[in-house]
Structure formats: structure tokens, C-alpha cells
Design a protein around this ligand. Structure first.
Ligand code: WT7
Length: 655
């Protein structure tokens, strides 16, 4: 990638209000700049001081960073701590009666859990796991619905030093099996069923299927939380009910004191090729990243009610449900259901009911809620909100504006947080009491994050030019290795092209004149049209800016003359158009993109669907779309697809 052209022009900007800035933890740009300077000038003591301030150590560390075996960095490596102790025990002395979790079930039933109660439950379950023989360093797969128990299970693993590997409850048996095998798990924690959108989904049966026919002999126990009255097949000696396991267990459990670098968890993430990578995180460095970013980016205050809508099956649910908020002693919402049940007002209703102050969700959710009821938020009292956040993909400026005006009442800063499974915590994001936001930009790196954009020789690119997003110095919450595959870790993230020095994020991005970062998409989503390299996101944003369009995904397809042609898959706000209607709208949209960005970005081919093919986590399956665009037979695994029936629609060209 030599040059990558930035074609998106966004001129709106929003400074934090004086009131927000005055009350903020990091208040104003001077404060932000001072922190950045501190990190620039004294990188190690910057992180060392934070680690002493935010983590309670059993035994203090004597060295901040060991980089003698780069890129296998070690942070705080002779320090001793326990992550669960840091998330629970240390808050008990202050206020054990503070609410930790407000759990709202699919049907609206609410359960509140205090820190003291959560501590008790974690200890009992930890003792239960120990009674099954689960010990330090062993891997435990957690395949659970969004629940209090999912968090208890993760914290209990952390307490006894077992390494959890949470597998998203929407994955198929095949995916569960692969992950069990790769991790060599000794136990699986699951539920009989999960309940989402009024329907129950079998989980235990999926685990049974994963474990059937051999290949998972490492698994000796399956713990089953009984969520519904639905039964479960039972394998005597292997399967044990959660409620039976904790019966009679002691209500305290001495934490296993862990080395700072002992793995806390593995989380599998897919790359563009090959099998999923087991992203391995450390104990202390990871905890520091999650805890500190929670405090800075969400400007956390003790009275806040925080709500991150992610599932614990993803890194967002790890860092901003299970670890970051609990390490800070926060009160947060845990939601079992889906945003559209019983109707598309569910999120807004819950914000009103629980007086949520900080709300963190994904652009894909925002776009779907705009489509299903752009006016619905106005029917609810959302005045408790003071801060909004997004994560997962670039947010289209039009969706950003809707979020800002309709949900936030033009009052709440938006933190567009860029990070990855691999970075463990937020890396580029506005600090809301300091940084002026621009719709569609994740703005500036957090203090201590040496992010830059470089060309293929590793040289920084000039403003406005696109390139590879890199982080030039290791940081505490960075992935330590790929489980069982250190070579792949090195090759993927610290490639020789950059002398093995820079962490390569795999995203393309550009910076504007004020140094703001604009993420353009994953490197392998980049199109090359007539020698011009274009990020798909910018074309998508242009499409979504059209009043007819709810959502769009753009991919390339080989083209004899241009190299690649743009193919756009579009979901309209209204019904899916057909016949002459489709033709007319397609041509309108082509002209629109030509007008908004330039003819170079104009789609050759527009397909309409009622929806886009997405993984259960809401990520658009671009590889699948590329196959469809090329007219290839679909060979990809579509078993994890939320909505397989729309593939036929997208295969149908408009003519
Ligand atoms: C990829 C990481 C981090 C938790 C959820 C996803 C994209 C993430 C943003 C953002 C633009 C974003 C990037 C990144 N991404 N946040 N604010 N703006 N792009 O975790 O599955 O590891 O995906 O998501 O492409 O590399 P993940």
C-alpha cells in the first residue's frame, strides 16, 4: 500500500461543554497534553506510577518493562497480584453494599447484586471449581448467556488462576469444539438454555454436540447453570449443575496469588486467513489497561450507572463489563436480551428505568435502531445520560449525529473508541472532558499510546494520506502471544517489514491536519480502483448519508480496466425495492456517491437486501460479500450467520 487516498470530508466538530470539562477526571486539553508529555518523557515511570495507583499488589514489582525478548514483552513481571481480588475484595472495606450489577433479564425482570454478594458468589463458585480439580493455569471454556453467572464464572477463574476462554453463546458446536481443542480445556461452563428476544436457545445441547464423537478428551467436567425449566441431556460423572456445585461451599476463597505475566484469559478472534487466533492476555498489564481506560475514557465517577451493551463473549464484554468497571467499583447494567425486543425502544426504556449515565454500544446497533425507529428515543426520558460511546467499527457521521442529537440530546460527548481484541483496552478515543470530537473520527490516542500511521517502509505518512495504523511502543494491555503459536504472533503483529518494532493493528487509517485519526477499515478491505486506493468505510458513509439508506457495505470485485470495481450492498430504511423501483434507486445512489466523493468511488453494482450478512457479533461478513460480488459459489461457513435467508437477495443484481 503506497498511497491510500482519503476522500471523506467532515467539518463538524463538538467541544465538551464547560460544565462537563470542569467535572471531568482529565479536564481540558492542558491536562491531556500534560499526561501525553509525561508519557513521552518518562514512558516507564508513567506506566509504573499508574500500575501502583490502580492495582493492589500482593507483592510490588521492581521492574516496569522487560523488553529483552521482544516482541514477547513482559510488564511488572516480578509483581504478584490477583485480578479478582482487585475487582471485588478491595471494594468491600469501602462499601460492600454498593450495587455492582443490575441484571435485566430478557423478560424485564431485574436482579441487583451488591459487591459483597458478588464476592460471596464468586468465592463459592471458585471453591466449586476447585472441588472439581480445576487449578492454576488450566483452561476453562465459558459458553454462557449474558448473566450474572457468566461474570461470576470469569471472576472465579481469575480467583483460582485458571485461564478462561469465553466462547460467544451464538457460536456453533464446531466453533466451540475448535476452541476447546486449541486451548486444551479441562472444563466447560455453560447453561441449559439462553433466552433472547422471547426465544430460548439451547447451549448445553451445543456443548454436548461439540464434545460428542471424540477429540475433546481433555474436558472432564461440564458445569451447567439452570437458566430455564428446559431440561438437558446428562452425562453422569461429567456433568454437574451449577446450583449443586456451589451448595455448601465456603463463602470465602483465598485468591491464588499470580505473577503479573500469568495469563488471565484467552479469547479467540478471527484473522483474514487461517483458524481463529487465541489471543492471550496477561494478568496485571491487562487489568491496568482495562481499569485505567475505563476511568479516563468513560470519565467514571462513583455515582455513575454504566451500561455496555456488548456480550461477554467479546473483548468489549471482558474489558468493559467483567474487568474495567469492577476494578473501579462501578455500578453497571448487565442485559440478557436484544435491543429490538419487545420493540426497538428497549434500550431507551432501560436507560430511563435504570437512570443510566454512561451508555456504550456499537455502530451496527445504532444503525439498526435508526432504521427501526429513529424517533423512538424521544418517547423516553434520557436525561440521566451524560456520556455516550461507540466501538467495533467506524461510525458513519450521519449515525453519529443521530446518536448525538436524538439519544444524547446534543448534551453528551461521544467517545468513539478504537481498539481491538489484541490491544485489550481502548487505545484511540477522545477523553471526553478534553478532546473536541468530530463525527466519524476516533480522534487522538490515549496518553501513553504511541499510535502512528506509516507506509510500507515504516515511515510516517503526511496528513491526509492513508497508511497502516501502528503502535510504536509496547503497552501493558497488549496481547502477549497467540496461544500455542508464538511464530504466528510475531509474523502477524510484529512483521519484519517494520523491523519487528511496531505493533501492526491491521487497520488502515489517516490523520487530518489536527492530527485526528480516521479509521478507514481493515487492511484487507481496501479497494484499488484505477490505481487509487480507497477505504470501503468512506464509500459506506457516503451511502448512509443518503436519506433513503439505512446501512451499506462495500467490497471490491475484479475489473478488467479499473483493477477493482466497487460493489455496494445496501439496506434501505423502507422496504427492499424491486423491479423498476430498484433500478431507479440504484442509479440515484450511484450518482449520489459520485457527487459525495467523486466518480472514482461510484459503485458499478448495487444490490439491495433486507439486511446484511452479519456474524452474531454484528460484524459484516465481508469475505462472504466479496464472494457474492464476484458471483462465486458460496463456500464459506455460513453457520454463524444471524440471517442466512438474505443471501439470495444479495445475489440478485439490479437490472
Ligand atoms: C477491529 C477490532 C474493540 C472491540 C470490538 C472489536 C474495528 C474497533 C473501532 C472504531 C473504527 C473500529 C477495527 C479494529 N474497530 N473499534 N472505534 N472505529 N474501527 O474488536 O473484533 O478485535 O475488532 O474493529 O477494524 O481493528 P475486534
Amino acid at each position: 500500500m503506497s498511497t491510500l487516498e482519503s476522500i471523506l470530508k467532515e467539518t463538524r466538530s463538538f467541544a465538551p461543554s464547560d460544565d462537563f470539562r470542569h467535572k471531568a477526571t482529565v479536564s481540558g486539553m492542558e491536562a491531556y497534553n500534560a499526561l501525553c508529555e509525561q508519557a513521552d518523557d518518562h514512558y516507564l515511570s508513567f506506566w509504573g506510577d499508574l500500575a501502583r495507583e490502580l492495582i493492589t499488589w500482593k507483592k510490588p514489582f521492581s521492574r516496569v518493562l522487560d523488553d529483552s525478548n521482544a516482541p514477547f514483552f513482559k510488564w511488572f513481571d516480578d509483581g504478584v497480584l490477583n485480578v479478582s481480588y482487585n475487582c471485588l475484595d478491595r471494594h468491600l472495606a469501602l462499601d460492600g453494599n454498593k450495587i455492582a450489577l443490575i441484571f435485566e433479564a430478557d423478560d424485564g425482570e431485574v436482579t441487583r447484586v451488591t459487591y459483597a454478594e458478588l464476592h460471596r458468589r464468586v468465592c463459592q463458585f471458585a471453591n466449586g471449581l476447585k472441588s472439581l480439580g480445576v487449578g492454576k493455569g488450566e483452561r476453562v471454556v465459558i459458553y454462557m448467556p449474558m448473566s450474572i453467572e457468566a461474570i461470576v464464572a470469569m471472576q472465579a477463574c481469575a480467583r483460582i488462576g485458571a485461564i478462561h476462554s469465553v466462547v460467544f453463546g451464538g457460536f456453533s458446536a464446531g466453533a466451540v469444539k475448535d476452541r476447546i481443542q486449541d486451548a486444551g480445556a479441562c472444563a466447560v461452563i455453560t447453561a441449559n438454555e439462553s433466552v433472547r428476544g422471547g426465544k430460548s436457545v439451547p447451549l448445553k445441547a451445543t456443548v454436548d454436540e461439540a464434545l460428542a464423537n471424540g477429540g475433546c478428551e481433555t474436558v472432564t467436567h461440564v458445569v451447567v447453570y439452570q437458566r430455564t425449566n428446559g431440561g438437558a441431556e446428562w452425562t453422569e460423572g461429567r456433568d454437574v449443575w451449577w446450583h449443586k456445585l456451589v451448595e455448601g461451599q465456603a463463602e470465602t476463597c483465598e485468591p491464588e496469588w499470580m505473577n503479573a505475566e500469568d495469563p488471565l484469559f484467552i479469547l479467540y478472534t478471527s484473522g483474514s486467513t487461517g483458524k481463529p487466533k487465541g489471543i492471550q492476555h496477561s494478568s496485571a498489564g491487562y487489568l491496568l489497561g482495562a481499569a485505567n481506560s475505563f476511568r479516563w475514557v468513560f470519565d467514571y465517577k462513583p455515582n455513575d450507572v454504566f451500561w455496555c451493551t456488548a456480550d461477554v463473549g467479546w473483548i468489549t464484554g471482558h474489558s468493559y463489563i467483567c474487568y474495567g468497571p469492577l476494578a473501579n467499583g462501578a455500578t453497571q447494567i448487565v442485559f440478557e436480551g436484544v435491543p429490538t425486543y419487545p420493540d426497538a425502544g428497549r434500550f431507551w426504556k432501560m436507560i430511563e428505568k435504570h437512570k443510566v449515565t454512561i451508555f456504550y454500544t456499537a455502530p451496527t446497533a445504532i444503525r439498526s435502531l435508526i432504521k427501526l425507529g429513529g424517533d423512538l428515543p424521544k418517547q423516553y426520558d434520557l436525561s440521566s445520560l451524560r456520556l455516550l460511546g461507540t466501538v467495533g467499527e467506524p461510525i458513519n457521521p450521519e449515525a453519529w449525529m443521530w446518536y448525538y442529537e436524538v439519544v444524547g440530546g446534543s448534551r453528551c460527548p461521544i467517545v468513539d473508541t478504537w481498539w481491538q481484541t489484541e490491544t485489550g483496552s481502548i487505545q484511540i478515543s477522545p477523553l471526553p472532558g478534553a478532546v473536541t470530537t468530530k463525527p466519524g473520527s476516533c480522534t487522538l490516542p490515549l496518553p501513553g499510546v504511541m499510535a502512528d500511521i506509516v507506509d510500507e517502509s515504516g515511515a510516517p505518512v503526511e496528513p491526509g494520506r492513508g497508511g497502516f495504523l501502528v503502535i510504536k511502543k509496547p503497552f501493558p494491555s497488549l496481547v502477549r502471544t497467540i496461544w500455542n503459536d508464538p511464530e504466528r504472533f510475531k509474523k502477524t503483529y510484529f512483521p519484519d517489514e517494520f523491523n519487528g518494532q511496531y505493533y501492526l493493528a491491521g487497520d488502515s487509517a489517516n490523520r487530518d491536519e489536527s492530527g485526528y485519526f480516521w479509521i478507514m477499515g481493515r487492511i484487507d478491505d481496501v479497494l484499488n480502483v484505477s490505481g487509487h486506493r480507497l477505504g470501503t468505510m468512506e464509500i459506506e458513509s457516503a451511502l448512509v448519508a443518503n436519506p433513503l439508506v439505512a446501512e451499506a457495505a462495500v467490497v471490491g470485485k475484479p475489473h478488467d480496466i479499473k483493477g477493482e470495481a466497487v460493489v455496494a450492498f445496501v439496506v434501505l430504511k423502507g422496504a427492499r425495492p424491486e423491479g423498476e423501483d430498484a433500478k431507479k434507486i440504484a442509479s440515484e445512489l450511484k450518482n449520489w456517491v459520485a457527487h459525495e466523493i467523486g466518480k472514482i468511488a461510484q459503485p458499478d453494482d448495487i444490490r439491495f437486501g433486507e439486511n446484511l450478512p452479519k456474524t452474531r457479533s454484528g460484524k459484516i461478513m465481508r469475505r462472504l460479500l466479496r464472494s457474492i460480488a464476484k458471483g462465486e459459489e458460496i463456500t464459506q461457513d455460513t453457520s454463524t450467520l444471524e440471517n442466512p435467508q438474505i443471501l439470495g437477495q444479495l445475489q440478485e443484481p439490479v437490472r
